[in-house]
Design a protein around this ligand. Sequence first.
Ligand SMILES: [Zn+2]
Ligand SMILES: [Zn+2]
Length: 286
Amino acid sequence: MIKSLLSIGSMTILFAVVICQPLLADQAMSMKDSVQVEDTAMLQDVRLDIIYDNYPHPEGEITLWGFSCLIRNTQKTILFDAGDQGDSLMANMAALGIDPKIIELVVISHDHADHTRGLGRLIPESQSPQVILLESFSSELKEQVKVLGGKVVENSKSVEICPYVFTTGEMQGRATEQALVLQTRGGLIVITGCAHPGVVNIVKCAREMLEGEILLVMGGFHLLQHSREAVNGIISELQDLSVKYVAPTHCTGDIPRQIFKDAYGDNFIELEIGSTITLSDLMDEK
Ligand SMILES: [Zn+2]
Ligand SMILES: [Zn+2]
């Protein structure tokens, strides 16, 4: 495994760096070899809470366009994306009983306001979290994070941000974007922001990076402009890639989401603000 030192101010952190795209065959092999570990060494439990989304809970926290997901039971508590309106993000966290001070790492998928702007309220109310940004993101965003008191960590390649939690590194699309991949005892969990590089490409990237079947793909799939045929094609590809559960939300689009629901049946998970997914739920260990 290639390793690299990233410095953050006075702090130096050792990250394991893996290359996702372009991924050469020998690099893919070396990565797979390096992460062949006993199941017991992978994430034993994961809890994912949707705290910002444009799909509302019936009794409703504040519903606005954007996405944010809290990841717990990992070594560090991680916020993936920060939604758009900081006030609403904070209100939803309060309604869900989540203290922003527990957040240690923030990962931003891509530099679109509906995933970044919530940082304006989040960072001052948390405790100087590390904010993992792609090098290609705007200097304005990086500067804003620093001014707010966040510790900027830039990456372009895949990094293991805490044990068994990886970013894909930069992937190309309408916007450059990174997704998160969690390596659990039940398989890989892939979390996307908007999936501008294409949800199938992101899943392929996860499979090239890490050993394991894909247990779940969740987040924005960005299929609003896609025809029914195109969505069915994407579903077929995900099924060929043995994706067990899907939880498309945010920018997926109502009709594409319904097509996913019809195709995946019981293995479709309907997300909205306040939804929680745990690894034990996915593994039927209630
Ligand atoms: Zn979005
Ligand atoms: Zn976007």
